[in-house]
Write a protein that binds this ligand. Structure first.
Ligand code: AMP
Length: 400
């Protein structure tokens, strides 16, 4: 069985074709600048040469058509025709408070995705366009929506309600939803398997530390809390996002700079985080790390604040679960930056009995236990794989 995984952004489309017999990637690729001048498809068949094509892609429909042509091409294709594809799994950002799990797309599902446009204005419209493009290109093929918010739906009211007048939840469903849910679900599941933990009771904290960063607490694989909120802006310090902030800061800066709340939110989403704190050096953790190594104080402060915020959340989530069995690091920084993992654990988490083994921590990009044998909490590096997670969810639904 082969699952086609599609992740549509507003002007991009990432895809993978995964053979579920052995969970191997047959081909992957990217369409960039959809609807903009200079559109380009990059297609890489597994073990083959990268194929690039610059051609106009006025819409996601055109992009899907090109991708299917590439997948079935006699030179760089990997399947005979689209009949070889069992189903399509779509990453969908927001399922509101309706969908607690992945689901096969029908008219009702599309209606909910549409109703959530204001909750995910950059992603949900593109996600729906991707679904409709696949429906048009492959009529009758099952399309499965895998929601980034689904994992967070198991949170209780005490974790997901904001302390604001209840009418805003009742009228507009303003609550904490959480994002990166596919990654948190995948990695917390891997932590249970790889760490040999009890699948029903394991208390796991997953630190998804990348350009976007979030942290989750789960018991037995079910989310009890997560750091992103109504939107991905809340929580940790990220590449360009501020994470948690006193809302009064918005009013204060708006008044002094004579800007409105929309401009302020753009600043908090796009110009803050380590980019903003470092004085504009970069949103990329490696660049800021290099500047810090060269003695730049703002860069040092930005990275220290990032690690401090992660550690504060770990402490909070250990309290929320009344204990923690395992902490898992994942995503760009979590998988590659041994220094960040070590400093977060050693500077702040000794009281929990966390001990890192330096040799074991000298690893990147593969499953590993990085804590010492006598550490009270198992600390792991577990690479995330959102495409595989989407493919697994898709297969599970079409196999029912
Ligand atoms: P992601 O969003 O998960 O792709 O993560 C991207 C971030 O991971 C970028 O800011 C990278 O700088 C960061 N990253 C990747 N490798 C390293 C590394 N070796 N050390 C520190 N940060 C890294």
């Amino acid at each position: 069985m082969k699952i086609f995984v599609v992740n549509c952004g507003s002007s991009s489309l990432k895809y993978q074709l995964i053979d579920m017999e052995n969970e191997s990637v047959l081909a992957k690729g990217l369409c960039e600048r959809i609807g903009i001048e200079g559109s380009k498809l990059t297609h890489t068949p597994s073990g083959g040469e990268k194929f690039e094509k610059e051609t106009p892609m006025p819409s996601h429909k055109d992009a899907i058509k090109l991708v299917l042509e590439a997948l079935t091409d006699k030179d760089h294709g990997v399947i005979e025709n689209t009949d070889d594809i069992t189903a399509v799994g779509h990453r969908v950002l927001h399922g509101g408070n309706i969908y607690t799990d992945s689901i096969q797309v029908n008219d009702d599902v599309k209606k909910v995705i549409r109703e959530c446009f204001d909750l995910g204005p950059l992603h949900n419209p593109a996600n729906l366009i991707g679904i409709e493009a696949c429906e048009a290109a492959m009529p009758g093929k099952p399309n499965i929506a895998v929601f980034d918010t689904a994992f967070g739906m198991s949170m209780k009211e005490k974790a997901y309600l904001y302390a604001i007048p209840s009418e805003y939840y009742e009228k507009y469903k303003v609550r904490r939803y959480g994002f990166h849910g596919t990654s948190h679900k995948f990695v917390s599941g891997e932590a249970i398997k790889f760490g040999g933990l009890d699948p029903k009771t394991a208390k796991v904290i997953v630190c998804h530390l990348g350009n976007g960063a979030s942290i989750s607490a789960s018991i037995g694989g079910k989310c009890v809390d997560t750091s992103m909120g109504l939107t991905p802006l809340e929580g940790l310090i990220m590449g360009t996002r501020s994470g948690d902030i006193d809302p009064a800061v918005l009013q204060f800066i708006c008044n002094h700079e004579n800007i409105d709340v929309n401009e302020m939110l753009t600043i908090l989403n796009k110009k803050s985080g380590i980019l903003g704190m470092s004085g504009g050096i970069s949103s990329d953790f490696r660049d800021v790390g290099k500047a810090a190594d060269e003695g730049n104080e703002k860069a040092k402060n930005a990275l220290e604040a990032f690690r401090y915020r992660v550690a504060k959340y770990i402490g909070a989530y250990a309290a929320a679960m009344n204990g923690v069995d395992a902490i898992a690091f994942t995503a760009g920084v979590g998988e590659n930056d041994k220094e960040a993992r070590k400093l977060i654990c050693e500077e702040y988490l000794g009281y929990l009995g966390v001990k890192i083994d330096d040799d074991a921590n000298n690893v990147r990009g593969k499953n590993a236990v990085i804590s010492a044998p006598d550490s009270k909490v198992k600390v792991m590096l577990l690479p995330t794989n959102e495409e595989l997670a989407i493919a697994r969810e898709t297969l599970e639904i079409v196999s029912k």
